[in-house]
Design a protein around this ligand. Structure first.
Ligand code: PLP
Length: 396
């Protein structure tokens, strides 16, 4: 039995996505760039997927959609592309809580002479907009902000940030990492000041290995991967037709499921969250209650180790995570929770639960039944018995 509550790490491929992909893995294997009749179906399938992504993004035109291999490639294409197109500007603004695929790139760029400002967050995970506002100057080539945080689900007000950027410096480009927002909230990019935005299929029920980048029609950047003419010269390499088809269908399904996401998935997430906070005396919520995606809950368990909780949950078939999938496995506490000033007493014992359209009520009930027992077991092993006793008394 697997109870999968780690949907921010990756999601199950939807059967309808798989069914749409299969013909392009079997009989329709033509290279879409070939001249013969056999390739027409492949090239039409890509065109259809591009139109599905246009609708998903709320873009003006399908020419604003580039297929990539993943969220990391989308981010790298956008960031390196903007900087290459603006060689004389050396200032970048980002946040302290970005995903490593962005943060590690900025650290490399700092070594190459770029000045990078990392904007902080408040205790509830929300962005310090005033600080961001102050940092924009004539030298700012790029502002790069995630839409939803992968660890806490907290949403940044990217539409408002876009307006601030353009009012302070209309030449500054704005990249949004929307990998964790996609499928969880709706996009209408044509009405925003977002210049570039990246998504990754495996976060919304397409397979791993396919992503997309939105590039507003008036933004010109060079390709990251140079070679053939594919993607209008914006990304070389023979198109991954089956995966592109899968991404298109996943995008359409995600758009249709938005209502379910904001009602049913949110209801199940809230049931899990309030249930844990009520039943487990040393638990605390690590984020804003309202300003976040509907599927994510990050809960700190004071004076105990998150890894131990995950191992016990894993024995019961329950999959959750501490930190992001990329940082779990390291003993460093989460950079996101540290930036929020989460107290050290729960920094090491914080667990992210993330749901999807496949999460059931029974799974939530089972988790709510088992988790308090797991925590009680681990609490007994903690060296902080006095503090825990004090906490227990203060909660009753
Ligand atoms: N951005 C965020 C916010 C993410 O959560 C992730 C993956 O977890 C990525 C980017 C990278 O996406 P990918 O794994 O598709 O490269």
């Amino acid at each position: 039995m697997v109870i999968y509550l780690d949907n921010n790490a990756t999601t199950k491929v939807d059967k309808r996505v798989l069914d749409a992909m299969l013909p392009y893995l079997e009989e329709e294997y033509a290279n879409p760039s070939s001249m013969y009749q056999f390739s027409v179906k492949s090239s039409k399938a890509i065109a259809q997927a591009r139109a599905q992504l246009r609708d998903f993004f709320g873009a003006k035109s399908e020419r604003e959609v580039i297929f990539t291999s993943c969220g990391s490639e989308s981010a790298n294409t956008a960031i390196k592309g903007v900087l290459a197109a603006n060689k004389n500007k050396k200032h970048i603004i980002t946040t302290k809580v970005e995903h490593p695929c962005v943060l590690n790139l900025y650290q490399t760029l700092e070594k190459q002479g770029y000045r990078v400002d990392y904007i902080g967050v408040h205790a509830d995970g929300s962005l310090d907009i005033e600080e961001l506002k102050e940092k924009i100057d004539d030298e700012t080539a790029l502002v790069s902000v995630m839409w939803a945080n992968n660890e806490t689900g907290v949403l940044f007000p990217v539409e408002e940030i876009g307006e601030i950027i353009k009012s302070k410096n209309p030449e500054t480009k704005f990249f949004v990492d929307a990998v964790q927002a996609s499928g969880k909230i709706g996009f209408n990019l044509k009405d925003t000041n977002i210049d570039l935005l990246g998504v990754s299929g495996h976060k919304f029920h397409a397979p791993k290995g396919i992503g997309a980048l939105y590039v507003k029609s008036n933004v010109i950047i060079p390709p990251l991967i140079v070679g053939g003419h594919q993607e209008r010269g914006m990304r070389a390499g023979t198109e991954n037709v089956p995966y592109i088809v899968g991404l298109g269908v996943a995008a359409e399904l995600a758009k249709d499921a938005l209502n379910y996401e904001t009602t049913e998935i949110k209801r199940l997430r809230n049931k899990l969250e309030t249930g844990i906070l009520k039943r487990v005396f040393n638990s605390r919520l690590n984020s804003s209650i309202s300003n976040r995606v509907p599927n994510t809950s990050n809960i700190g368990f004071e004076y105990i180790e998150g890894e131990l909780i995950l191992l016990h949950l894993s024995d019961l078939g329950i999959c959750a995570s501490s930190g992001s999938a990329c940082t779990s496995g390291s003993l460093e506490p989460s950079h996101v929770l540290r930036a929020m000033g989460v107290p050290f007493t729960s920094l090491h014992g914080s667990i992210r639960f993330s749901l999807s359209r496949f999460t059931t009520e029974e799974e939530i009930d089972y988790t709510l039944e088992k988790l308090p027992q797991v925590i009680e077991k681990i609490v007994k092993l903690s060296p902080y018995q006095d503090e825990l006793e004090h906490l227990r008394k203060s909660k009753v």
